[in-house]
Design a protein around this ligand. Structure first.
Ligand code: M6R
Length: 606
């Protein structure tokens, strides 16, 4: 979602701002803008659409200055237009904002009483006008910024740039992330640490309620009442190499194809972190809990749903899963010793963060299973387990999903062993099977041509169903999400056993159904369900291994051959053909694969 960047230094700000905004493009946006100070005067350039529009505008109409702020906007209040693009300006102050200012209508009405009018439909413009109004009352920039943020309700990361203040940037955060980068005689401000790649690795993460005063000589942090706060610098390693697509046409293809290497590295690192043979504090914390709640959004929530089966079946722990946006509406009494496991690629998803805070307020312990180790969630959870997927750029989550599953199954196996539900022999067998996953993921990738051919046919469909049983049911939900989010084809995931309870009515010769049926305990029943579909003219794409495909009745639309795999780990490997299917359908339909319409990589508003 929206991205903020600020620069204060010795070089021209505009190219630095533009480059940094490019590094945050993957988050999703639909307009962009920058503002700088040239000889003390504010100048702004804004454009709707992609950053190339802003870059072209800057070529035609450049702006100078060694201090500036930039923004990529994902529309919330008001359409994606130049007028609504950030930074917003009110005579002597420009403001860039991520988040939602919930009381902006109230502030608008108040400002209107003073004759102040708004140009845009945004909530952000009210913050700029309020700050200017306070400057007009004689406040200094710092006082005006502080009094502005005190008035705002909702979530925000804000950057303020003031006319005549060549050595000042002010930033404030509540719930939306912000990080300050320290360079040599230059300072940076970013809403996403990846924007700092190649600029600095020395950073200060701001906390909720921080007001940062940034000058070329450094950083001072206050709270919203004006009291000084101490924040420490840390070193981060920002992998800028992931910012390239390699030989692939899209980041999504690159991220699907790097899974064998990434899974191997993740398994190795998990072995070091989780000390598979000697349970560590995380394993112990899970093993000691009486109840587990697994929470996430979108793809991460399907990883949670799969892990629910694993924690119950391998570790004998009562587990339930749910989506974060609904978890906060539940006020069920928590069992004593409940552990909330929050799964998130970004660690910045507003709904997941709210759910984590909700859990903490109610006395539950929290474990965050994260890809971005420096995220807000990593600082708020009691325990953190990294998944080691590397930077994921494409909006559609692929390698992060399979790495989330690897982390969760590893944890469930370790906890099961710790609790005595799995004996040593079984435990070692599971670890051996875990070690085969990178090789099996390579084998799964070899179905690319079959996936492309199936995708060509699916791309003409109005709707596609995905079905499975056991852990293949949540994977069916994930397959449907992947297809709809990047190809815009309607898709639905179903427990295969539920078909007869309603959805079978949808099936006719136009309906394509993807059935996930690895050999194992649910194979026969799932294949029976595909027969019911075929009997009604439905087109079945059966995903199974050689053994399964040999015994399954012939006559379906298509089959895809998966490597033989222990059913426990099947969702990790069967995720890959579903990713390929969605990818090829999207390419066939010519959608913007890495930046699907209306979506953002990191959903930082509720
Ligand atoms: O960063 P998170 O894992 O918390 O994000 C959760 C969802 O927004 C995310 O998985 C989303 O569903 C993806 N676009 C799916 O591909």
């Amino acid at each position: 979602m929206c991205g903020i960047f600020g620069y204060l230094g010795q070089d021209e700000a505009a190219p630095i701002l533009l480059d940094a905004l490019r590094r945050m493009e993957y988050r999703g946006y639909d307009s962009a803008g920058i503002a700088t100070l040239c000889n003390g005067r504010l100048q702004r350039r804004r454009a709707a659409g992609k950053l190339t529009s802003l870059a072209n505008l800057l070529v035609r109409n450049p702006i100078l200055g060694r201090v500036g702020i930039g923004h990529t906007r994902w529309a919330t209040h008001g359409k994606a237009s130049v007028t609504n693009a950030h930074p917003h300006q009110s005579s002597h102050v420009a403001v860039a904002h991520n988040g939602i200012i919930e009381n902006f209508r109230e502030i608008r009405v108040e400002l209107a009483r003073h004759g102040i009018t708004h140009d845009s439909e945004t909530d952000t413009e009210s913050a700029a006008h309020l700050c200017q109004y306070l400057l007009n009352q004689g406040m200094t920039p710092l006082e005006a910024a502080r009094n502005t943020v005190q008035r705002l309700e909702g979530s925000f990361a804000l950057a303020f740039l003031f006319e005549e203040e060549e050595n000042l940037l002010i930033a404030a955060r509540r719930y939306s992330p912000l990080v300050v980068g320290h360079g040599k005689n230059e300072m940076f401000l970013a809403s996403d640490v990846i924007a700092l790649a190649g600029l600095t690795s020395t950073v200060t993460f701001l906390d909720d309620g921080d007001l940062a005063v940034i000058s070329r000589s450094g950083l001072e942090v206050y709270d919203f009442t004006g009291a000084r706060a101490v924040r420490h610098r840390t070193q981060v390693s920002i992998d800028s190499t992931s910012a390239g697509k390699g030989s692939h046409q899209h980041f999504m293809a690159k991220e699907i194809y790097e899974q064998p290497r990434i899974l191997a590295a993740a398994i190795k690192k998990l072995g070091e972190d989780a000390k598979l043979l000697v349970p560590d504090s995380i394993v112990q914390a899970v093993a000691d809990s009486a109840q587990i709640e697994l929470i996430g959004c979108g793809t991460a929530s399907y990883a949670c749903q799969i892990a629910e089966y694993w924690f119950e079946n391998l570790a004998g722990l009562p587990a339930s899963s749910g989506v974060a946006s609904e978890f906060v509406h539940r006020h069920r009494r928590l069992e004593k010793d409940t552990l909330g496991i929050f799964v998130s690629q970004s660690g910045e998803t507003a709904d997941s963060l709210n759910a984590l805070r909700h859990m903490r307020e109610r006395g539950g312990r929290t474990l965050a299973v994260l890809n971005v180790a420096t995220s807000t969630m990593s600082r708020e959870a009691d325990l953190v387990m990294p998944i080691h997927a590397g930077i994921e750029i494409s909006v559609a989550s692929t390698k992060a999903f399979t790495c989330q599953l690897i982390a969760l199954v590893t944890l469930a196996i370790s906890v099961g062993y710790q609790r005595g539900c799995i004996d040593k022999e079984k435990y070692e067998h599971h670890l051996d099977e875990l070690g085969r996953l990178p090789g099996l993921s390579s084998a799964a990738l070899s179905c690319d041509a079959e996936a492309r051919s199936a995708a060509q046919e699916i791309s003409g469909s109005a709707s596609v169903l995905f079905i499975g049983r056991g852990t293949m049911f949540p994977l069916a939900l994930e397959g449907a999400l992947k297809l709809k989010e990047i190809s815009y084809i309607h898709a639905e995931g179903l427990a295969a056993g539920e078909l007869k309870h309603g959805a079978l009515a949808l099936v006719d010769s136009n309906m394509h159904v993807v059935a996930l049926a690895p050999s194992g305990p649910h194979f026969t029943k799932t294949v029976s369900n595909t027969e019911e579909i075929k009997a009604r003219g439905g087109q079945v794409l059966l995903l199974s291994d050689t053994q399964g495909l040999e015994v399954a009745p012939t006559g379906g639309w298509k089959a895809m051959t998966m490597p033989a795999i222990d059913p426990l780990f099947a969702p990790i490997i069967y995720a890959i053909p579903l990713q390929l299917l969605a990818y090829h359908a999207a390419v066939e339909l010519g959608t913007d694969v890495d930046h699907p319409r209306n979506l953002a990589k990191s959903v930082t508003v509720e």
